[in-house]
Design a protein around this ligand. Structure first.
Ligand code: PGA
Length: 258
């Protein structure tokens, strides 16, 4: 398994440019910590966070990403941004397939495939989110859902070849029933799903390539449960929503990674 530890914060539609700058003033990181920190502000706030990082050398461990892109590089797509634009604005990562995109904006498996391809075309790193709903879990469909969501992307020859050729890829297991609900998967639930994803990656790519793919857990991660989730087998980091909006609680989650 990858020995990187990634702590990612997804601000969703929160924190405008001024609020993002204030967050960065209060977000104090221990320079000796081992975690890589990823922040996904709203696209309009990215630049104010980027400027704050330029001024603050200890924050070199922080990389930026956007929460969504359109698969095309440019064109008549009102309201959209491309992976190439995100890259030019300082993003290195792109969230793809977040459950809110799938459930509220109707994103299909085909959309996630096209977006991951576009992210790779722009030489950014896709952070693909997968996870089952409560109904799917109760029906015993965890494996079917995860295989379907992962295969829609990694089963594609060009994407698979891109990952194998050294292109970075990050996966997040986010059970939909744990997102924004205060319900968290137990470390055992997380370990089970992560082991399944790891073995799928290993089959589809190769054991060596699969080992380089960090698998993050997401869903109501807070300062008081971060350490036990981070210690679960196969958990390489966490993707945090609500608790990433407060600079102190997000810094406490980063510290939990050591
Ligand atoms: P949450 O969100 O931490 O607020 O549950 C997680 C996510 O949506 O990635």
């Amino acid at each position: 398994m990858s020995d990187r530890v990634l702590i990612a914060g997804n601000w969703k539609m929160n924190l405008d440019p001024d609020e993002g700058a204030r967050f960065m003033e209060q977000f104090v990181l221990d320079a000796a910590g081992r975690a890589e920190v990823l922040l996904f502000p709203p696209a309009l706030t990215l630049d104010s966070v980027r400027r704050a990082l330029l001024e603050d050398p200890p924050a070199r461990r922080v990389s930026l990403g956007v929460q969504n892109i359109h698969p095309e590089a440019a064109g008549a797509f009102t309201g959209e941004i491309s992976a190439e634009m995100a890259s030019a604005a300082g993003a290195e990562f792109v969230l793809v397939g977040h459950s809110e995109r799938r459930a509220l904006f109707g994103e299909t498996l085909g959309d996630t495939r096209a977006k991951v391809s576009a992210v790779q075309r722009a030489r950014l790193v896709p952070l693909l989110c997968v996870g089952e709903t409560l109904e799917e879990r109760k029906r015993g469909e965890l494996e079917r859902v995860l295989v379907g969501q992962l295969d829609a992307v990694i089963g594609t020859e060009s994407i698979r070849d891109g990952v194998i050729a050294g292109g970075a890829f990050v996966l997040a297991y986010e059970p939909v029933w744990a997102i924004g609900t205060g319900e968290t998967a137990t470390p055992g639930d997380a370990a089970e799903a992560h082991a399944l994803l790891r073995s799928l990656l290993s089959e589809r790519l190769s054991p060596a390539v699969s080992d380089r793919v960090p698998i993050l857990y997401g869903g109501s991660v807070k300062p008081d449960n971060a350490a036990e989730l981070l210690n679960a087998p196969e958990v390489s980091g966490v993707l945090v929503g609500g608790a990433s909006l407060d600079p102190e609680s997000f810094a406490a989650i980063v510290r939990a990674a050591g």
